[in-house]
Design a protein around this ligand. Structure first.
Ligand SMILES: [Zn+2]
Length: 265
């Protein structure tokens, strides 16, 4: 009878162990799903399409700045051209008026006539100068117009390329999001089955230790920190009750023995 009693009590004691063992393997599965999500996050961040969008965006910004600069330069020259045109016209009108007076014989005295002739000559000289300046401005405008047109072309094709790259980034992101949705659903289902206390401890460690809160034994080493567990500690861990939650002495992660076949041989 006492044997049977003891057997009974052992069975009773081991019963709550069962869910705990599965709790730890659940936790390990949860860790795998979390790592899969982390990998998807990383892929989303590091998408080549994202780099292309950034590069094209920078190129477009630079091209637009150059367009604005060339446009500004062109506007200044156009203003200068207008001023010179107006001056040339005014000088021309004065010359015409003087010539008109001289021709009409209403110039007055000979000295007046002579003074007017001198003024007309000086004005003609001025007009030639203004015309030379106008020519210079026109010569400067020509290559600037060509440059402006080519910059505008480059900017508009960069804008088109950027729109396309953004579309591709969106597609690539959507594909990852879809995959993540599936993994997250599986993860959430697992998480619901893990005891709240264990889950909280796991989450806390995961946040603190680079995304890995639960590790397992691989060839006598912790899979979290990859450090070999000292022989004495290993022996103690292997003989700990299966329900006990143990932590790696070196990194502090939850150390799971369950399922570690190589270590259990
Ligand atoms: Zn460790």
């Amino acid at each position: 009878m006492p044997t049977s009693d003891s057997d009974l009590s052992r069975t009773e004691a081991s019963e709550p162990d069962q869910p705990t063992i599965s709790q730890l393997s659940l936790l390990l599965e949860l860790q795998e799903e979390d790592l899969a999500l982390d990998r998807l996050d990383y892929r989303r961040r590091e998408l080549a399409e994202r780099g292309a969008v950034a590069e094209l965006g920078a190129r477009l910004t630079e091209l637009r700045a150059r367009v604005a600069e060339a446009q500004d330069q062109r506007d200044k020259l156009a203003t200068q051209q207008l001023t010179l045109d107006q001056r040339s016209e005014a000088v021309g009108a004065r010359i015409a008026a003087i010539e008109q007076r001289l021709r009409s014989g209403r110039a007055g005295s000979y000295r007046d006539e002579q003074a007017m002739g001198e003024e007309a000559e000086s004005l003609s000289h001025q007009r030639r100068e203004v015309e030379d300046q106008e020519l210079e401005v026109m010569e400067a405008l020509e290559p600037l117009d060509a440059e402006l047109a080519s910059l505008q072309d480059a900017a508009s094709s960069a804008a088109e390329e950027l729109a396309l790259a953004r579309e591709q980034l969106q597609l690539a992101t959507a594909a990852i999001d879809l995959e993540a949705e599936t993994v997250r659903a599986a993860r959430d289902q697992l998480a619901e089955r893990v005891a709240p206390e264990l889950s909280a401890s796991y989450e806390r460690l995961r946040a603190k230790l680079g995304g890995i809160g639960a590790a397992h034994l691989v060839g006598g080493a912790c899979s979290g920190c990859h450090l070999q567990i000292p022989a004495g500690e290993l022996h103690r861990l292997r003989h700990a009750t299966p329900d006990s939650v143990v932590y790696c002495d070196q990194c502090g992660r939850i150390l799971i023995m369950a399922g570690d076949h190589t270590d259990r041989q």
